[in-house]
Design a protein around this ligand. Structure first.
Ligand code: GLA
Length: 735
């Protein structure tokens, strides 16, 4: 439905739907309500967001709640923080938006409510849109901005959404970090002033801060109790989240594209659509409500193939780095097959003809097989994979080039670069970012996948990497006047490419990697099956990183690999058992040279892979219950996944500090059915003797009230003792 058509709907439509009152509109999910006041010719106002309201409470909600402009615009109340600020064609800097009409529409499992606004004087329009999922407690909101002024209108600020949050003891949980240290959880009370979380990388947006936050509304954040609002901006590019706290009773939360160096010149009749801001509300705490709500929504609606369990894979990167060759790949495929794995992924280093990819200083853009390394080409690799009974996947970094490449020699005009300046170079001293605003470049990038897939339709998996920021501001494609559109057009181009790929290759599995966890966001996930959490595969640090990342993303999307010891990033030596137990809490894979493993190690991995196949649906499709945070520094971290029927669960326990005679808390379980009996079975056991309660059963009530006593160390032969300890327990209902 186009914008104009939609705005022609009658205002009376409001009265036709059940939960709507004359001047209010209620946007509902099964457990939540968002209420807006929509007086025709008046201001759209936010009244309420929280637990689902009864019809009776809805009647009087206007009397009980303070109200705020739901999409505050700049101009006639200039001192307040705003979502939208423009300069009209005639230079006027103000907006005064009034409600034209409201429409609702059911599409599948969602109800979309659109409040059409128009400026009182100017032909300037904003649709404020809400998509309420009926099978997940998430409401997505976004806006559609357009005008019919004679000349372009400049958008100076264009947030996706705004939410007032009542002051009290409100705490913010958010993720920050850096390369090899992604997803670091910070929890802090909101205090007066402006809290800004933003990204300006241009390409990747989750290496440092994340575009998702949670607000714990009644004091210090709790995992399984308390009222929580979760918010995730569904965007792959630069974003800005602002929380303003000044002299009134509310925190004012805004989220949207980062407008810095991105003012947008909007032409007459052009539609500017902001990315969705997804909101969830729960009174069951962080992991309780907010994470599980996001995970469910992600699996059902936001993540490619969100309800299909993932294959167990071996990735070649840490095993061989750039040292790819036919025989080596064949050996790795044989090894992962012999351990029960299902997929082999050949990482970086396989391509380049005139400039073969020996290291990271050349060849990006030249997506042809290096025949010296792989004389039998991809055909040879695919027939090896077939021989070993595993699927085959391949690494590409298609948005990038190196200046040492045939692509750059042919198309120096295809890279992002400021006019009159030398191009700024990235990884390997020669990397450059392609100008995805340019349709010819979009065709090329789509072609990288399309050529691979048409030539080799058996390719099952693509690891799509992006290892550079936008270093220099300049598009060689955009006009001089539109240079400030560069960041936005890059991500529009990226999304168009993704849409073309998904239209043609709906079944392909694609991983979003961006120097590790640089693309963990709900902007890319509709097109990607998973993301690489971090280039850091150190199991101890992964406990922290995966903990934070699990706030917003389900385990099915979090690629988590068993790697070598000492670890290649931290150089820490962690025993294989612990490395396995951590990797098994996400989408399990391996990132190691199997030929350097002992037979005993291979046997341990083989067993773990077999056990993971049993628990895979619980881990990847179940509900998360975070039990004891590594950030609480109590010496242990613990979480569990529970199947939706509550008949199966997997409990993880990882010691995070190691001292003699230390005292650790006993961890209570959660999410089980109190009345059910569960039989306990330890997975990945290395101890010489089973746990006392191996094979025994306990009620959900007992396990949730008491937990189980976990031995702090492993009972293994003296020469196998070490300072790490971890347990994975599988609970199955006794019927
Ligand atoms: C990035 C990725 C790694 C690996 C290398 C290859 O760093 O995050 O997993 O693919 O590139 O160059």
């Amino acid at each position: 439905m186009n914008f104009k058509k939609r705005t022609n709907f009658l205002f009376g439509a409001l009265l036709l739907t059940g939960s709507l009152l004359a001047q209010n509109v209620c946007v509902s999910t099964p457990k939540t309500s968002l209420v807006l006041s929509v007086p025709e010719g008046g201001t759209l106002r936010h009244l309420y967001y929280g637990n689902r309201l009864s019809e009776a409470d809805l009647q009087n909600i206007s009397a009980a709640e303070a109200n705020h402009a739901a999409y505050p615009e700049y101009g006639l109340n200039a001192p307040v923080e705003t979502a939208l600020a423009v300069k009209h064609a005639d230079g006027n800097m103000t907006l005064q938006l009034e409600v034209l009409n409201v429409t609702t529409e059911k599409e599948g499992n969602a109800v979309t409510t659109v409040v059409a606004l128009k400026d009182k004087v100017y032909p300037f329009f904003v649709n404020v849109c809400y998509r309420a999922w009926q099978d997940a407690d998430v409401i997505e909101s976004w806006t559609e901005i357009s005008h019919q002024e004679k000349k372009p209108v400049v958008l100076n600020q264009f947030a996706s959404g705004y939410l007032p949050i009542r002051r009290g003891d409100v705490w913010l949980s958010h993720l920050s970090g850096s390369w090899a240290n992604e997803g670091v959880l910070t929890q802090e009370p909101l205090t007066p002033g402006m809290k800004v979380i933003k990204n300006k990388d241009g390409v990747r947006n989750s290496h440092t801060d994340h575009a998702e936050v949670m607000f714990s509304l009644d004091g210090r954040p709790q995992e399984n109790t308390g009222n929580v609002i979760g918010a995730a901006l569904c965007y792959s590019g630069n974003y800005k989240l602002r929380i303003e706290t000044h002299d009134d009773e509310y925190h004012h939360f805004f989220a949207g594209i980062n407008e810095e160096n991105s003012t947008y010149s909007l032409k007459k009749d052009e539609l500017f659509r902001t990315p969705e801001l997804a909101l969830t509300y729960s009174n069951e705490g962080l992991s309780g409500g907010a994470s599980r709500n996001f995970h469910r929504w992600a699996r059902l609606h936001k993540l490619a193939h969100g309800t299909t369990p993932r294959k167990i894979l071996l990735n070649s990167w840490e095993g061989v780095y750039f040292d790819i060759n036919q025989q080596g790949m064949d050996q790795m495929m044989a090894d992962i097959a012999s351990m029960g794995g299902e997929l082999f992924v050949m990482d970086d280093g396989w391509f380049g003809d005139k400039y073969p990819r020996k290291n990271d200083s050349s060849s990006l853009g030249d997506w042809v097989v290096d025949k010296n390394k792989l004389p039998n080409g991809i055909e040879g690799l695919l027939s090896d994979a077939k021989k070993h009974g595993v699927k085959f996947g391949i690494w590409i970094e298609p948005e990038m080039a190196n200046t040492t490449s045939e692509l750059y020699e042919k198309h120096p005009d295809w890279v992002l670069k400021a006019s009159e300046r030398d191009v700024v170079l990235g990884r390997g001293g020669t990397q450059v970012v392609l100008d995805l605003a340019n349709p010819a470049v979009q065709d090329f990038v789509f072609g990288v996948v399309d050529n691979l897939m048409t030539s080799y339709p058996e390719i099952d998996y693509i690891k799509w990497d992006a290892n550079m920021s936008v270093q220099n501001h300049g598009s060689q494609y955009l006009t001089k006047d539109n240079q400030s559109h560069m960041y936005i057009e890059f991500h529009r181009g990226f999304e168009k490419i993704c849409q073309r790929i998904r239209a043609k290759y709906p079944d392909l599995t694609i991983q979003a990697c961006a120097s590790g966890g640089g693309r963990a966001n709900y902007g890319v996930l509709p097109y990607f099956d998973e993301f690489w959490v971090s280039d850091n595969t150190d199991a101890l640090q992964r406990v922290y990183m995966q903990w934070g990342t699990s706030y917003f993303f389900p385990a099915i999307a979090m690629a988590s690999h068993i790697s070598a010891a000492p670890n290649h990033q931290t150089f820490r030596t962690i025993p294989l058992k612990y490395r396995i137990d951590v990797a098994m809490s996400g989408r399990l894979g391996m990132e190691i040279q199997p030929k350097n493993m002992t037979e005993e190690e291979k046997a341990l991995c083989k067993n773990a892979i077999a056990e993971y196949k049993t628990i895979r649906p619980v881990v990847q499709l179940g509900d998360i219950y975070r039990l004891l945070s590594p950030y609480d520094k109590q010496g242990v971290a613990s979480l569990m996944y529970v199947a939706s029927e509550k008949d199966k669960a997997v409990f993880y326990w990882w010691k995070t500090e190691h001292f003699c005679n230390q005292h650790l808390p006993r961890v209570k379980m959660a999410g089980l059915c109190a009345d059910k009996q569960y039989r306990v079975h330890e997975l990945n056991r290395i101890d010489n003797v089973p746990l006392n309660y191996e094979g025994k059963s306990f009620s959900g009530a007992y396990l949730m009230a008491n937990g189980l006593e976990i031995p702090y160390n492993h009972k293994v032969d003296y020469h196998k003792q070490n300072d790490y300890s971890s347990r994975v327990l599988y609970l199955e209902e006794v019927k």
